[in-house]
Design a protein around this ligand. Structure first.
Ligand code: NAP
Ligand code: F7E
Length: 321
């Protein structure tokens, strides 16, 4: 039985990945942070709580990482833990860099010291590209990285550390550069789930308006379930290397609002108002990923399209509220 260790197991991706690896027959371990509301610690993994083993740890506490890796002796390490909210990273830049960059260094050091024969996946992000776009309108592995947020900067450092450790110490360490991916488990302060939840609340008469920031930025949105499958494919390819994972379809936030409100029989223009509070000091305007390589070489293919994903989110919020 292969052993997988997931940091960030309580997050959106960590919870889907844990379920997927359990289904594949892995023994799954996870690192969780202590939270003052204990229920929040495992709210996304409560359905598989008895099938995974979790330990308290933190990416910025090196000793906890060494102890856990030594105890688990994992075959595969998925490093998904991060301060993952781009706008919030402007408010807490130091914490963001500590967790997302130094935290990755801590993970890499513990990994190379304790289980260098294991495989290591790093959750890299399309936010690293900033506003760089190739001539054909896409971003890919070779696209210049010029991040526009503390979050993006932290992820570029982590990305480079993973490449460096792979080359210097001959480790099976890989970056998956994933474009935006969403699900009903997405935090409700990310734009997709915020819009879906807000629109369903308006439809049910629970609120009157929805405040958003920039409606004109574009994102390449896929489903988290599809993207965690790519993580497993990436680590189990014979050659350790980096990949981009994306749907290749891009939409504006305005188009997202239009689709969600229309699905509920509403016109978003009657309800959505802009509030500067949700704007960013510097915005990433446009993302559209080229994922041809992972589709051709590893056979990855998303099962959800944009409409299926949003419909699933709407239906879950209609039940929840
Ligand atoms: P998420 O829902 O915010 O989950 C982040 C996880 O990291 C949570 O389990 C969180 O724990 C944990 N965490 C945060 N700081 C930590 C620390 N200092 N030590 C240990 N654990 C810590 O994010 P996600 O959407 O699942 O994303 C997973 C990873 O992929 C992240 O690295 C993110 O940056 C990256 N990524 C995401 C996307 C996307 O569109 N979703 C795209 C590209 C890359 P708590 O539950 O205690 O907060
Ligand atoms: O913003 C705009 C906002 O916060 C998307 C993370 O998973 O993907 C994610 O980062 C767009 C931006 O995601 C609101 O300005 C408008 O242009 O949902 P988001 P993100 O910043 O793209 C990358 C790939 C990651 O790696 C990150 O971890 O929507 N927007 N109004 C808004 N965004 C938010 N959050 N809230 C608004 O009210």
């Amino acid at each position: 039985m292969k052993k997988a260790l997931i940091t960030g197991i309580t997050g959106q991706d960590g919870s889907y990945l844990a379920e997927y690896l359990v289904q594949l027959g892995y023994e799954v371990f996870g690192i969780v942070r202590r939270q003052s509301v204990a229920e929040n610690q495992s709210s996304r993994i409560h359905e598989i709580n008895d099938q995974v083993t979790t330990y308290y740890g933190d990416l910025i506490d090196e000793t906890s990482l060494y102890k856990i890796i030594r105890r688990v002796q994992p075959d595969e390490i998925y490093n998904l833990a991060a301060m993952s909210h781009v706008r919030v990273s402007f408010d807490v830049p130091s914490f963001t860099i500590k967790t997302n960059a130094l935290g990755v260094l801590n993970m890499l050091e513990a990994y190379r010291e304790v289980t260098p024969e294991a495989k290591f996946y790093q959750a890299s992000s399309s936010e690293m590209f900033g506003n760089s776009v190739d001539n054909d309108g896409c971003q890919r592995l070779t696209t210049n990285m010029s991040p526009v947020s503390p979050y993006g900067c932290s992820k570029v450092m982590a990305y480079n550390l993973v490449c460096h450790y792979r080359n210097a110490y001959k480790l099976h360490a890989c970056n998956g550069i994933l474009f935006n991916h969403e699900s009903p488990r997405r935090g409700t302060n990310f734009v997709t789930n915020k819009v879906v939840k807000g629109a369903v609340e308006i439809k049910k008469g629970l609120r009157e308006k929805l405040e958003l920031g920039n409606l004109d930025s574009s994102r390449d949105w896929g489903h988290s379930y599809d993207y965690v499958r790519s993580m497993h494919l990436i680590l189990n390819h014979t050659e350790p290397r980096d990949w981009t994972v994306a749907t290749g379809e891009t939409r504006t936030v305005r188009q997202l609002c239009d689709y969600v409100f229309k699905s509920l029989g509403l016109n978003y223009r009657d309800y959505v108002v802009q509030n500067k509070r949700y704007m960013r000091p510097e915005e990433l305007n446009y993302l559209k990923g080229d994922s041809l390589e992972i589709r051709e070489k590893l056979g990855w293919k998303p099962r959800y399209n944009f409409e299926m994903m949003i419909d699933e989110m709407i239906s879950i919020w209609q039940d929840r509220l």
